[in-house]
Design a protein around this ligand. Structure first.
Ligand code: GLN
Length: 537
């Protein structure tokens, strides 16, 4: 087991310190030195997966190639590491208990009393080691969700403590991410909360090896010394993590603080050559020195919490940097858009993206926005529900089917241009029952999508129940809305495009999920490119 090295990342003092970004940045640096790395996240809530969580509570649900509905941090892992994650990379308390209870019902425990220790902790550890045991990775980074001291995370922390003894000293490392608050009145950085949270870890039997300290101000050497002394870590293992201008600066900031070097030394791994980060630097310099600027409206239902559209916002950053173009996102609640207000809301924007979503709320605003951009030649990109709304809008206002709708919103409509597939109609459970994960799609030559991807076979990720209703395909195409991407097995429509428009593309899949820093997504690049061209005219 010990050929793979394990790094555990815990958090203390408060949540939202950015464990996912620190883990991703470390992973990025270790990969840049030639190590094979993956990151996994263990979440302490009871839901089996975040698929059933409201985006308002937990941000976007990130979907992997294998169709797992996961925490949005997995999106950061993919974007920073340019690797693919899977179901194995995200495990919740709910899944751990589900596995243990299933085994218990099956009689696997042979009459034993099933307990948190050892049965739950053993199941947690089995999942800690799963990716390492494939032999595909030199280093597995495990992020433990929540804060040290939370009741919910206790079994995970206990499993981390035990893992040290399974793995052996130099194969195991704990990084504790903590906050050093600045008290303006006293003009001082304070170490006490960190001392307390390290004490809590020590009570659980874990000595952190490295402290990563989030702070608004640089850590002076006496603060570093104090942290080292009171928290029992080496002075050079106190790492400063200042607020960053962009999350993509963090790998370079961690490099400067030598986080990667400390990790390699402690894990007794060769330092090899310095990390290859030139391409990353190029990306950052393009991101920070744009030669162009565009304003894009993001029309959605959950705009008060931009984390609900995390991957879309990041995909705009990747594609914008690629084109040296600053993309300003204007978050627009679809509920505020009406026939009267639409012009006022959208006419100054260079492009409009209509977001994915579920349920009826705000749907008419989305349709109104699409009518406006279609009629006024404003570049448009619709994702999932956004694409479905484009189809509904076209059916209503071009084909003249006044009551056209998705049967998700109107079960009685005579024109269900977006409808459930037969096999979906029988499903009553909500969790994990959508069309999920990666599916193949064939692109029609001469389409905008083909021009963007420059290939005719693509694979993209899905998360939806409803589909384009092929009964209307011929009529739609004859009137100008073309199906330019088709699933070769099922014949389902994956992309629609409008002729004679600067850019009008809707995708049934979620392209944003596959955009990374090193591989900005072709559809986002082509959308922004079209906006730049259109702006010139
Ligand atoms: N609600 C739509 C469906 O289930 C779209 C889902 C989405 O936008 N992800 O098909």
């Amino acid at each position: 087991m010990a050929s793979t090295k394990y790094i555990f990342v815990t958090g203390g003092v408060t949540s939202s310190l950015g464990k996912g970004i620190i883990a991703s940045s470390l992973g990025n640096l270790l990969m840049a030195r030639g190590y094979r790395v993956t990151i996994q996240k263990f979440d302490p809530y009871i839901n089996i997966d975040p698929g059933t969580l409201n985006p308002y509570e937990h941000g976007e649900c990130y979907v992997t190639d294998d169709g797992a509905e996961t925490d949005l941090d997995l999106g950061h892992y993919e974007r920073f590491l340019n690797v693919r994650t899977s179901q194995a990379n995200n495990v919740t308390t709910g899944r751990i208990y589900h596995n243990v209870i299933t085994k218990e019902r099956r009689g696997d425990y042979l009459g034993k009393t099933v307990q948190v220790i050892p049965h739950i902790t053993d199941e947690i550890k089995r999942n800690f080691y799963r990716l390492g045991e494939t032999g595909d990775y030199d280093i597995v980074i495990t992020e433990i969700g929540g804060c040290v001291g939370d009741i919910e995370s206790l079994p995970f922390i206990e499993a981390v403590r035990q893992a040290k003894w399974d793995l052996g000293e130099s194969n195991f490392l704990v990084i504790h991410l903590t906050l050093i608050p600045y008290l303006a009145a006293a003009k001082e950085l304070k170490t006490k909360p960190t001392q307390h949270s390290v004490k809590q870890l020590l009570e659980a039997g874990i000595q952190p090896d490295i402290l990563v300290c989030r702070s608004e101000k640089p850590l002076p050497s006496e603060i570093r010394r104090k942290l080292s002394l009171f928290c029992n870590v080496q002075l050079n293992s106190v790492i400063e993590a200042l607020d960053a201008e962009t999350i993509y600066d963090v790998p370079l900031m961690m490099r400067k603080e030598k986080l990667d070097e400390r990790v390699l030394t402690k894990l007794k791994l060769a330092h090899k050559e310095p990390p290859h980060i030139d391409e990353w630097r190029t990306f950052l310099s393009k991101l920070k020195n744009p030669t162009n600027e565009v304003n894009i409206g993001l029309v959605g239902k959950y705009v008060e919490l931009p984390d609900a559209y995390k991957s879309i916002a990041e995909a705009f950053i990747h594609a914008g940097a690629h084109l040296e173009c600053k993309v300003n996102i204007h978050w627009i609640s679809s509920e505020t858009i009406t026939e009267k207000s639409v012009k006022r809301t959208l006419s100054d924007l260079h492009g409009v993206l209509v977001a994915p979503g579920f349920g009826e709320r705000g749907i008419e605003g989305k349709i109104e926005a699409i009518r406006y951009v279609r009629e006024n030649n404003i570049p448009f990109f619709g994702i999932c529900l956004g694409m479905q709304c484009a189809v509904v809008e076209f059916a209503r206002n071009v084909l003249g089917f006044e009551d056209a709708a998705s049967s998700e919103m109107d079960k009685e409509t005579k024109h269900p241009v977006i409808d459930l597939m037969e096999d979906q109609k029988k499903i009553t459970d909500y969790g994990g029952t959508m069309r999920l994960g990666s599916y193949e799609c064939k692109l029609k030559k001469s389409s905008k999508a083909y021009q963007a991807y420059k290939t005719s076979t693509i694979h993209e990720r899905h998360r939806h129940r409803y589909e384009f209703n092929n009964k209307y395909l011929e009529q739609m195409e004859a009137a100008g809305l073309k199906a330019t991407g088709i699933n070769p097995k099922s014949g389902l429509v994956e992309i629609v495009e409008l002729d004679n428009h600067p850019y009008f593309v809707g995708s049934q899949f979620h392209p944003e999920l596959k955009s990374t820093v090193m591989n900005p997504h072709p559809l986002f690049v082509s959308f922004i490119d079209a906006i730049i061209q259109n702006k010139k005219n």
